[in-house]
Design a protein around this ligand. Sequence first.
Ligand code: PPS
Length: 570
Amino acid sequence: MNTTNLAPIPELYVSYESAQKLRVDAGNLISWDLTPRQICDLELLMNGGFNPLKGFLSEADYHSVVEDMRLANGALWPIPITLDVNAGFAEALEPGQDIALRDQEGVILATMTVTDRWTPDKAREAEKVFGANDDAHPAVNYLHNTAGNVYLGGPVTGIQQPVHYDFKARRDTPNELRAYFRKVGWRKIVAFQTRNPLHRAHQELTFRAAREAQANLLIHPIVGMTKPGDVDHFTRVRCYEAVLDKYPQATTTLSLLNLAMRMAGPREAVWHGLIRANHGCTHFIVGRDHAGPGKNSAGEDFYGPYDAQDLFRTHEAEIGVEMVDFKHMVYVQEKSQYFPANEVSKDDTVLDISGTELRRRLSEGLDIPEWFSFPEVVTELRRTRPARSKQGFTVFFTGFSGSGKSTVANALMVKLMEMGGRPVTLLDGDIVRKNLSSELGFSKEHRDLNIRRIGYVASEITKNGGIAICAPIAPYATTRRAVREDIENFGAFVEVHVATSIEECERRDRKGLYKLAREGKIKEFTGISDPYDVPASPELRLETENVDVDNCAHQVLLKLESMGLISGRN
Ligand code: PPS
C-alpha cells in the first residue's frame, strides 16, 4: 500500500535553538507588519501546507502561476501566494536584503530574503486567476482595493507559528495530522472542506463519500479567512463539535485549517486538493460550486456549478488526491432521507432550504425543520444571530456637504430613541472630525482613514447590539464597500444615499463653504474640485428637495422595518 501520504513533509522552520538566535538577530532587520491574510499564507508556507513553496512567489513563479497554473519549474500551483506591500516600503529595500515578518502584535514569525520586487498587472491577475476583472469577486476586490501595489518574493525562514488562543487542540499542522493518521492506523482519508456550518445534507454527503472511498473522514473547515458575511468561525467550530458526535466513533476527526480562501472556484478546488495532499489525505470531496464567490456584477455566476470538478479531474494525478465528486444533496420526503439531486425520481417530493432561505429564517426567528439541521446546530446559530430585530445595525448616510445628511440623521436618531430597545449612537461627519479625526484633512488618503475609523466604531457598536448612525460624505465607493464588509460581519449595513444635487447644495450653502470652494479658498471640495462616487445600489436613496426632514427620516424607518430591523415588539 502506498503510504507516502503518511511520511513527514518538509517545513520551513529552523530548529528551536536556531529560532532563539534568529529572533534576536531579526530584531535589527527592517520589518514588515503582516496583514491578516498574509499571516494565514505564512502559516501554511512555514508548516508545509503550501509545499512545495519555499517562500512567497518569485516574479518568474508568479507569472507562470498566473498564466499556466504552474511554478516556473512546472509543478502544479494554481494560486499566487505573494507578499504585497506598499511602494514606499518596497523602494527602501536592496535586492537580496533580509526582512523580518511580524504579526499584528509585533511578534517576529519569520525572516524573508527579498530576491524579487515587482509591480504586478493586477487586472491580468484578476482575469487569469479569478476569471474576470470584476470587483464583485471578493478576491478581485481585495486585489484592487486592499492589497499593496508592489509584490515581494523570496524564501522564508520560519521562526515560530502564528499564535492562536482559540481551539488550540483542534488545530493541526500537516505533519501533526500525518502523525495522527499513522498513530491511529488510518491509511485512506477523505477530506471535507467547508466554510459553513454543517447541516444534515453535509453529514449525509460526507458519510457517503467516506463509504464510497472506503476511507476515514477528516472534516477540515476553514477558520482563516472566508467570504465576507460568512458565519464567524467561533460559532461554526461549536457547530462542528456538536455534529462530530453524530458520526460513528473512531471513523471521523475534525481539524481546523487556517487558510485564507480566495473563492477562486475551479483553481481554488485544485489548490484545496494540493493542500489536503500535504495534510496526508488521499481523497477530497468536491461538491457543487466549490469555493464559489457568488454572482458577478451582471448578476451571473462567476463559474459553472461543476467547473471545479472538471478542472480537478484534469489534474487529479498531479494533485495526488482522488476526487470524490458530489452533486447537490436534497431531502426526499417520502423516504425521509437525503439523496444526490441526480438520484431522485420525478415522483419524489424534494425538500431543500438554500443558504439565503436559511439566513432569512434565522434573521426572522422562523422555524428551521429537523430534517434540515441538527437542533444543537440551530441553537448555536440562533445564539450568535438573534432575530434581526434584536441585532445591532448601522445606518450609513452618504452625500454631498449640505445635502441634509446630519439633519435627517439627527431626526432618525430621535425617532429610534423614542422607540427604545437599543442604544443609538450618532457618528456625524463634523462630530467625528472633531473627536476622532481632528488631525485629518481632505486628501483621498485622509478621507479613507476617516471613513475607516467611522466604520470601525460602527462595527463595534453593531457587534454589541447597538444602532450606529453615520453621516459623513464618504465619497469613495470602495471605502464604503470595505466598511460595509466590516459591519456585515455583525449586523445589517443600511446605506442611505442623500441624493440632493450639487446645484441644490451649493444654492443652500448653509456653511458658506461652497462659495469659498468656488473662490479656490478651500481645496479638494467634494463635488466642486474633488470626486464623489454616486452609490450604485444603496438600500435607500433619499430625494430631499421639496421633502421635509420628518418625512425623510420616516422613509428610513420604513426601510428599517421592511428589512426586519425594527418591529412592533421592539
Ligand atoms: S469625508 O470625505 O467623508 O471624510 O468628509 P466628512 O468627514 O464627512 O467631512 C465633511 C465636512 O467637512 C467640511 N469640509 C469639507 N467637505 C468636503 N470637502 C472639503 N474639502 C471640505 N473641507 C471642509 C464640510 O463642512 C463637511 O460637512 P458636512 O456635514 O458634510 O456639510
